[in-house]
Design a protein. Structure first.
Length: 208
């Protein structure tokens, strides 16, 4: 775990700044795809942080210009019926833990937010995006549909009709539209600074 601005290597980087934790998906070569191993590492990092009483906010973000690109398609092709079910449950349980966390959870969506990456963002309490962010659920083009809660959480945010259209057409939604339809709470650059400022305001409210 990283404390006060230092760094470590690995698929998941965790940084603690005062009472805020930043969890960064760090697989830029793989476009921050969420393999089973990455999900397990994410769950391990999140569970460790969520158990800490001195953390008020947890921010999720990604490396480079991708928040998360969803499940690793190459890995999906190798799954059996049994391992596919295990993979789906792993994501469902993790994202449900994030949705039910004691801390405020924030998705600092630093770029492309696709498929299971969008499901991760939807599990957070707040979503902030830069002006260049792109959102999509491309699974229908591959004959699959998300199994990590997006089909439930997306309609709650943007309405059933709009959510169905996004899921079935797989079209991309830019930041302006995402803000207009209620998918994100704020658009601005740099997005991680915005998320940190928001978390700091929450810290002061809790403290006072």
């Amino acid at each position: 775990m990283i404390e006060n601005g230092e760094h470590e290597s690995g698929a998941i980087l965790t940084e603690i700044l005062r009472r805020t934790a930043i969890i960064r998906i760090n697989r830029p070569v793989e476009r921050n795809s969420l393999s089973a191993n990455t999900l397990r590492k994410l769950k391990e990092s999140f569970s460790s942080i969520a158990s800490r009483s001195n953390i008020n906010a947890i921010i999720f973000t990604g490396a480079d210009d991708v928040f998360a690109s969803g499940a690793d398609i190459r890995e999906l092709r190798t799954l059996s019926a049994e391992t596919a079910n295990d993979f789906a449950l792993l994501g469902q349980q993790l994202f449900q833990e994030i949705a039910g966390a004691r801390q405020v959870t924030i998705a600092a969506i630093n770029g492309f937010c696709m498929g299971g990456g969008l499901d991760l963002a939807l599990a957070a309490d707040f979503r902030f995006a830069p002006s260049a962010a792109i959102f999509a659920h491309p699974g229908a083009r591959l004959g699959i549909i998300t199994g990590w809660g997006g089909t439930q959480r997306l309609p709650r945010l943007v309405g059933a009709t709009r959510a169905l259209e996004i899921l079935l057409t797989t079209r991309r939604v830019n930041s302006s539209e995402a803000l207009e339809i209620g998918l994100v709470h704020r658009v601005g650059d740099p997005v991680l600074d915005i998320a940190m400022e928001f978390a700091e305001k929450l810290r002061k409210v809790v403290k006072n």
